[in-house]
Design a protein around this ligand. Structure first.
Ligand code: PRT
Ligand code: ZN
Length: 286
């Protein structure tokens, strides 16, 4: 039987969320212990390959895996012939240039003729070339943030998330070069069979993501306020309206996006809504 081979990070910042996403689509996986290298879908034709994140673009380019879940930073750095087909909204971080706090920063020209330590030499070189800056790139594979303090470099180019690593190493972020998140990459020429499995999987992933970004909302309103309140509720089409046992009152049901949630709730209350209930959605197909 044809199976779609999916490469995910074995252990690290993306591994838990990647696995969770696959399982939330309803796929049951075989469990093969802690040392597992491969896991197979029991009710959906997929096979998971657990790999180091650095290797995922290469494995997908070589068709050992059909698709992979990996940080966009790795995809751009490795520069392999793979296609980014979806963005997953987790593993968010940025790739930034940082310099010692003790040094004055007067703009990009600061980096002219400096030495910059990084694990992402290709992305950095592309940026420097685009900005017409010549600097020496010093490639190191880990602990980039200590390079300036041990005299190895004048600046660093590294992943930043909360910024606390920079802070504890007395560095300041001065330029953001790339904003990254986990993405789905695919080999550009998947067979039709595997493409069909991929389309089904992406359909399910989007249903899970939509559900996470939205809440189901129920509220009571006096009938003379229904028009107003229905106008506030964005909904998928329009709200469901049902009469309550108490005369003159109705119950409205709808869907609200997480981003506009509190604003909508405030407006609903101002306009007479009562007994507002908010419920998580498990899957949402739009
Ligand atoms: O073993 P393997 O090679 O698979 O894993 P890895 O150690 O190379 O990668 P891992 O698990 O650290 O990160 C995997 C991916 O997560 C990265 O490629 C990014 O796409 C993404 N990501 C998101 C991050 C961070 N946030 C992050 N904060 N990757 C690394 N960091 C590092 C950062 O370099 C810094 O040194 O975490 C440190 C803490 O960051 P602050 O700013 O929060 O202090
Ligand atoms: Zn890695």
């Amino acid at each position: 039987m044809q199976r779609l081979k999916i490469a995910i990070q074995k252990s690290g910042r993306l591994s838990e969320k990647s696995l969770e996403l696959i399982e939330e689509t309803g796929i049951k996986l075989t469990q093969e212990g802690k040392l597992r290298l491969v896991s197979v879908g029991q009710n959906f034709p997929v096979e998971l390959l657990f790999l180091r994140d650095d290797d995922i673009p290469q494995y997908v380019a070589d068709k050992v895996a059909d698709i992979g879940i990996v940080g966009e930073n790795e995809v751009l750095e490795k520069n392999k012939p793979v296609e980014i087909i979806d963005r997953l909204g987790f593993g968010k971080c940025r790739l930034s240039l940082a310099i010692p706090q003790s040094v004055q920063y007067g703009g990009l020209s600061f980096f002219e003729n400096t030495k910059i330590a990084t694990s992402y030499p290709r992305i950095l070189q592309r940026f420097l070339t685009e900005k017409n800056i010549s600097a020496e790139i010093h490639e190191i594979s880990g602990s980039v943030e200590i390079a300036p303090s041990i005299g190895l470099a004048d600046a660093i180019f590294d992943i930043v998330s909360s910024g606390s690593t920079l802070l504890s190493n007395r560095l300041t972020e001065v330029e953001t070069v790339l904003c990254s998140e986990a993405v789905v990459i695919a080999t550009p020429d998947l067979t039709a069979d595997r493409k069909a499995i991929l389309d089904k999987l992406l359909f399910r992933i989007h249903a899970v993501q939509n559900a996470k970004n939205n809440k189901y909302i129920l509220l009571n309103a006096p009938n003379d306020k229904i028009g107003l309140i229905a106008g506030i509720l964005p909904g998928m089409k329009s709200p469901t309206i049902m009469p309550l046992a108490e005369k003159g009152w109705s119950s409205l049901h709808s869907v609200v996006n997480e981003n506009e949630f509190w604003e909508v709730i405030e407006k609903l209350k101002e306009n007479g809504a009562q007994g507002i209930l908010v419920i998580p959605i498990e899957k949402m197909i739009v």
